[in-house]
Design a protein around this ligand. Structure first.
Ligand code: ATP
Length: 639
C-alpha cells in the first residue's frame, strides 16, 4: 500500500477527481522509474500511475502517454522536441538569474541539463509560490514551443521555457529540461509504456477483482499483445487511447485498424549469410524470391475521398519529395481501386537506357518542395506488396493472396511503375542465378519471403524471419551492413588537411536512450565524400559529448557532434573490445563490441539516429558470428 501511494503520485495531495493531473505526480513516477533498473518494477510503477490517471482524470491519459514516451504527436505529423542546449541554458540563466558562465561550468561538470536546472532553481529565493504545473498545461506549452519557427522563434521559445521553469517545484525542472532536449533518459522504453497502458486498462475494469490469479495473468498478457499489434498497424495514440477508454481491449481491435492516411510501421527482414540459410529456414515452406531494389522505401496511400500520400520507412511524409509519382498514381491503379496502401521501393531510373540507377543517384534528389519541372532524377516505383484495398486490410492474408490482388488491381507503366521481379524455385542453382541477375540489374540482392498460410501474413514493424534478405556481398563478412551514428571526428592531416580525417561512430540503445561508441572509421570515403561530410557535420559540432553518449576512456575525438547523421557501414567482423561500449552489458558486463575494418558505404538520410542499428542487434550479430565460426570452423573473410 505504501508503494502504491508513492507511485500513484498521491503525495501531491491536490490531485482530485475530475481535475487535471498535476505534473508533479508524473515527475514523481518518473523519479521512481529512474531509480530502479528492474523492468518489472518499472512497469509496475507506471501501471499504478496510469490506473490512477484513468480513475481521476481519464481525459489526461493521452497526454500522459505522450509525455511518458516524450513525443508530442504521431511520428508522421513530424512535430519534435530536441531543443538545443544553448537555448535551454539561456532559459535557465534568465529564469534563475544565474550567470551563463556558471551554468556552462556546472553543465560541463554534471553533464545533465535537467540536474543543472533543478540545482539552479533551488538556489533561488522565491517571493511567492507560483501555481503548480499541470499535465495539460505542460504538454500544450511543449507543443507550442516545438511548433514555433521563424526569425523571432528563439526568443519566444526561451520565454515559454522560462515561464514553465519558474513554476517548477522539486524535481520537475529536471524532467522538464530533459523532455525539452528530447531525451528523457529514465530507462522507460516505449514498448513498456504500451504494455503498461494495456495493463492499466484491464486493471481498471470494475469486474477485475473477481478474476482468478491465473485468469488475470492471461488477460494482462493478451491485452499487452493486442495493444502492441494494434499500435504497429495504426501507430497513433490519438486513436488508440480514446478507443481503449471507451471500450475494452476487444473493442480496440475493431475500432483501430490499418487506415489509409496513417502510415504503418513497415515489416523488416532478417539478414542471411548464405543461400543455404534460405533452404534451412524454408524447408517444406513455400517461398518466393524477389529482387531487392536499392532505393528508398515508399508506402503509398490512397484514401477513399481521393487524397494520396507517400511515406518513408520512418513514417515521414514524403509527398513533397515525389510530386511526379503522386501525379501519376491514377495511371497505375485500375479504376476499381478506391482506397489502397502499397508497399514499394522508389528507385532512380534512367529513361534513356531504361535501367535502374544506383542508390547514390536517388540520394541527390531534393527532399523538400520539389517542383515537377525541376526534377532531374526520375524514379520508377517497384511495388512488392499490397496491404489494404477498397476498405479492407490485407495484413492477415498470405503473401500469395496479396500479390495476386496487387497484380489484378494495378498496371505496370513503362519506367514509372512495375511489380517487383519475382521467381519461385526451391533449387539453389536457380536462386543463385536469380541473385546474379538481380545484381546485374543494379539491385542489392534478393528478398526471400514465405508465400502461404499464417506465416506469410504481413507483420508490421517486425524484423521477421518470414522475410530474409540476401545481399550480393554477403557471403563473406558479418552478413549485413550496419547503420551507425556519427558522434565525433578527428582533424585531418596530410592529404586530409582541411577536412576530417576520421570519425567516431556509435550504435543506439533505445531502452537506455544512449549512443554507445563502436569504432573509429577512416576508409571507404571518396574525396568528395570527405568534403561533403566536413561541410555538413561542422554545422553540428558541440562543445562537449552529450550526456547520453557512452564512451570508452580513450574515445577522444578532436570534435564532437550532435547525433544527427546516420551512415551505412560494412565491416569484416565484430569483436569484444575494452575500448568501445557498443552493447556493453549484453555480451560482456564491462566490455563493448567493436567493428573490425569498418568501411563507409553511404549516408542513410532515410534513417533517424534513433533508427540506427541497436545495441541488441549488434550483440546478436556478434553471437551469430561466433556460432558460425564454430559451425564452419572457418575464419571470417576480410575483404
Ligand atoms: P534494416 O537494416 O533496419 O533492416 P534497411 O532499411 O537497411 O533496414 P534492408 O535491411 O536493406 O533495409 O532491407 C529491407 C529494405 O529493402 C526494405 O525496407 C525496402 O526498402 C527494401 N526493398 C527492396 N526491394 C524489396 C522487396 N522486394 N521487398 C521488400 N523490401 C524491399
Amino acid at each position: 500500500a505504501d508503494m502504491f501511494s508513492k507511485s500513484a503520485g498521491v503525495e501531491s495531495a491536490s490531485w482530485k477527481k475530475g481535475e487535471p493531473v498535476p505534473y508533479a505526480a508524473l515527475c514523481q513516477t518518473f523519479e521512481l522509474i529512474e531509480d530502479t533498473t528492474k523492468r518489472l518494477q518499472i512497469l509496475d510503477y507506471l501501471v499504478k500511475f496510469l490506473i490512477q490517471v484513468i480513475k481521476l482524470s481519464p481525459e489526461s491519459l493521452l497526454t500522459v502517454i505522450y509525455l511518458s514516451i516524450n513525443k508530442l504527436c504521431p511520428e508522421y505529423e513530424g512535430l519534435e522536441l530536441g531543443i538545443g542546449e544553448s537555448l535551454l541554458m539561456k532559459a535557465i540563466a534568465e529564469s534563475t538569474g544565474r550567470e551563463m558562465k556558471k551554468i556552462k561550468e556546472s553543465y560541463a561538470e554534471i553533464g545533465d541539463l535537467g540536474v543543472v536546472a533543478m540545482n539552479s532553481r533551488s538556489n533561488q529565493p522565491t517571493m511567492f509560490k507560483p501555481k503548480a504545473l499541470t499535465i495539460p498545461h505542460v504538454f500544450k506549452t511543449l507543443k507550442d514551443i516545438a511548433s514555433l519557427s521563424g526569425n523571432s522563434s528563439q526568443k519566444q521559445k526561451v520565454d515559454k521555457i522560462k515561464v514553465l521553469l519558474v513554476s517548477c517545484r522539486n524535481k520537475e525542472a529536471k524532467y522538464l529540461m530533459r523532455s525539452l532536449e528530447g531525451k528523457l533518459r529514465i530507462g522507460l522504453a516505449e514498448r513498456t509504456v504500451v504494455v503498461a497502458l494495456a495493463q492499466a486498462i484491464v486493471l481498471s475494469r470494475p469486474d477485475i477483482k473477481k478474476l482468478s490469479k491465473e485468469k488475470l495473468q492471461t488477460e494482462l498478457e493478451e491485452a499487452a499483445s493486442v495493444v502492441k499489434s494494434v499500435y504497429s498497424e495504426l501507430p497513433c495514440y490519438d486513436m488508440i487511447v480514446p478507443a481503449l477508454l471507451s471500450g475494452d481491449i476487444e473493442g480496440l481491435q475493431k475500432a483501430c485498424k490499418l487506415t489509409p492516411g496513417i502510415p504503418l510501421k513497415p515489416m523488416l527482414a532478417h539478414p542471411t549469410k548464405a543461400l543455404t540459410d534460405i533452404l534451412d529456414r524454408f524447408e517444406n515452406i513455400a517461398f518466393t524470391c524477389e529482387y531487392k531494389y536499392d532505393g528508398e522505401r515508399a508506402q503509398i496511400h490512397k484514401l477513399e475521398e481521393g487524397s494520396t500520400m507517400i511515406y518513408s520507412r520512418n513514417s515521414e511524409n514524403m509527398s513533397a519529395k515525389y510530386p511526379d509519382v503522386m501525379e501519376r498514381l491514377y495511371k497505375f491503379a485500375k479504376p476499381d481501386t478506391n482506397s489502397f496502401v502499397l508497399d514499394c521501393e522508389a528507385v532512380a531510373w534512367d529513361r534513356e537506357q531504361k535501367c535502374i540507377l544506383p542508390f547514390q543517384v536517388l540520394s541527390t534528389r531534393k527532399r523538400k518542395d520539389v517542383k515537377e519541372e525541376d526534377i532531374k532524377v526520375q524514379v520508377c516505383i517497384f511495388a512488392f506488396d499490397l496491404l489494404y484495398l477498397n476498405g479492407e486490410s490485407l495484413l492477415r492474408e498470405p503473401l500469395a493472396k496479396r500479390r495476386q490482388l496487387l497484380l489484378e488491381h494495378f498496371l505496370e507503366v513503362d519506367g514509372e511503375f512495375a511489380f517487383a521481379k519475382s521467381m519461385n524455385s526451391t533449387h539453389i542453382e536457380d536462386i543463385q542465378t536469380f541473385l546474379d541477375q538481380s545484381v546485374a540489374d543494379n539491385c542489392e540482392g534478393l528478398m526471400v519471403k514465405t508465400m502461404d498460410g499464417t506465416e506469410a501474413s504481413y507483420e508490421p514493424s517486425k524484423r521477421s524471419r518470414n522475410w530474409l534478405k540476401v545481399k550480393k556481398d554477403y557471403l563473406a563478412g558479418v552478413g549485413d551492413s550496419i547503420d551507425l551514428v556519427v558522434i565525433g571526428a578527428y582533424i585531418g592531416r596530410g592529404k586530409r588537411t582541411g577536412v576530417y580525417g576520421g570519425y567516431l561512430l556509435a550504435c543506439y540503445d533505445p531502452e537506455r536512450e544512449e549512443y554507445q561508441s563502436i569504432c573509429k572509421i577512416g576508409t571507404g570515403f571518396s574525396e568528395q565524400d570527405l568534403e561533403d561530410h566536413h561541410k555538413e557535420l561542422k554545422e553540428h559540432v558541440i562543445p562537449e559529448p552529450k550526456s547520453y553518449y557512452v564512451l570508452g576512456e580513450s574515445n577522444k575525438p578532436d570534435v564532437w557532434f550532435a547525433p544527427v547523421k546516420v551512415w551505412e557501414i560494412k565491416c569484416a567482423d565484430l569483436s569484444v573490445s575494452p575500448v568501445y561500449k557498443a552493447a556493453v552489458g549484453i555480451v560482456d558486463s564491462t566490455k563493448g563490441i567493436s567493428l573490425r575494418f569498418p568501411r563507409f558505404i553511404r549516408i542513410r538520410d532515410d534513417k533517424a539516429p534513433e533508427n540506427a542499428t541497436s545495441s541488441e542487434q549488434i550483440a546478436e550479430m556478434y553471437n551469430d558470428q561466433k556460432l558460425n565460426t564454430v559451425k564452419n570452423d572457418t575464419s571470417m573473410g576480410v575483404d
